[in-house]
Unconditional design. Structure first.
Ligand code: ZN
Length: 84
């Protein structure tokens, strides 16, 4: 599977509907995700808007994704608790 955004051939299917009516794909190179039911301007690499294509250099220069902080455990007596 070719990634519409960066043209990598490493894209793969990550999920599909039980009835097979749609699938979700992911590109490990640029992290683009798309559904099979989106328009050809999204799913077809040759019709993807060139303004939004990513080159190898652009991918290398992407800022790192911010880490997801650990879940906070709700303390007793704070928001979300009912008064008895
Ligand atoms: Zn890609």
């Amino acid at each position: 599977m070719i990634c519409p955004r960066c043209d990598s051939d490493q894209a793969y299917k990550v999920f599909e509907a039980e009835d097979g009516s749609w699938e979700v794909y992911r590109c490990p190179r640029c992290n683009f995700n798309w559904r099979s039911t989106e328009g050809e301007e999204v799913t077809n690499p040759s019709l993807y808007n060139p303004r939004f294509k990513l080159s190898e250099r652009q991918i290398q220069e992407l800022p790192p994704k911010p880490p997801i902080p650990p879940l906070r455990i709700r303390e007793p007596g704070r928001n979300g608790q009912r008064k008895s």
